[in-house]
Write a protein that binds this ligand. Structure first.
Ligand code: C5P
Length: 247
């Protein structure tokens, strides 16, 4: 059996800052508290692989969250490039369909894990309607999860509210190690910012989330280390309240 992942290692910090100096300042401040960082569109646009490589050299795990969306051949080629750069997780946009996800999964090498973005946590049913999608968020998350499993993706990134149904789909397909990563995490009573589908990290982990992604609540806190610890404590509580398998 693989070793259990500690609560601290399940917290992924979204380094959503616009320059490498600020990214370094935050990572230095957080030190051993954070072992996994997400480099997203903002920092990658500002600093590219310099930001990724700097984190990897410090022994951190890196989630490259660019949400790749293009024709299958292009996404397959991007996955080949990223596989050689040592990143641990990366996202593929579920809007690209099964063929694109199959091309992504078929081109990965080494330990990189590919996550399908189901539906952005900033979107709700009304926004999907305006976008011309004929599904509710719950329906689309279900369809994207099925497509991700069939296409050979390693997991999904989805709101904490959808963890239980996604886990049920994965279990029904006997996909034991299917990864569920949840952004839009907010501790009870705090601002949800632009997330329509914000969720309490404790509940997301209790329902079966493997990792949670947190950005602004920690990066913009008066004391980022203390705030990170509050999220780690919530993960710990979520893990303790999980039902034992088969119960
Ligand atoms: O600051 P906050 O904790 O809201 O940051 C959430 C992070 O998760 C952002 O970097 C955002 O790009 C990312 N994300 C998300 N919803 C998704 C996928 C990724 O908010 N569905």
């Amino acid at each position: 059996m693989p070793p259990a992942i500690e609560a601290r290692e399940r917290l992924i910090l979204a380094l959503d800052v616009d320059n490498q100096d600020e990214a370094k300042r935050l990572a230095d401040l957080l030190g051993e508290k954070i072992s996994f960082y997400k480099v997203g569109l903002e920092l990658f646009t500002a600093a590219g692989f310099e930001a990724v490589d700097w984190l990897l050299r410090r022994g951190k795990q890196v989630f490259l969250d660019i949400k790749w969306l293009d024709i299958p051949a292009t996404v397959g080629a991007v996955v080949r490039v990223a596989s050689g750069r040592g990143v641990h997780f990366a996202t593929v946009d579920g809007n690209g369909g099964s063929e694109m996800m199959r091309a992504a999964a078929g081109n990965k090498k080494g330990d990189i894990k590919l996550l399908c973005l189901t539906v952005l946590t900033s979107l709700g049913d009304q926004a999907l309607k305006e976008m011309g999608k004929g599904f509710t968020v719950d329906q689309l998350v279900g369809l994207r999860t099925e497509a991700a499993i069939e296409s050979g993706m390693d997991g999904v990134i989805t709101s904490g509210r959808e963890v239980a149904p996604v886990r049920a789909i994965a279990e029904s397909r006997r996909k034991d190690g299917f990864l569920i990563v949840t952004p839009g995490m907010r501790l009870p009573g705090t601002a949800r910012d632009d997330h329509q589908r914000a969720q309490d990290p404790e509940a997301a982990v209790r329902d079966g989330a493997d990792y949670i992604v947190v950005g602004r609540p920690i990066c913009r806190a008066a004391d980022p280390r203390d705030e990170a610890q509050r999220f780690i404590d919530a993960i710990e509580r979520g893990l303790s309240s999980r039902r034992p398998a088969g119960a």
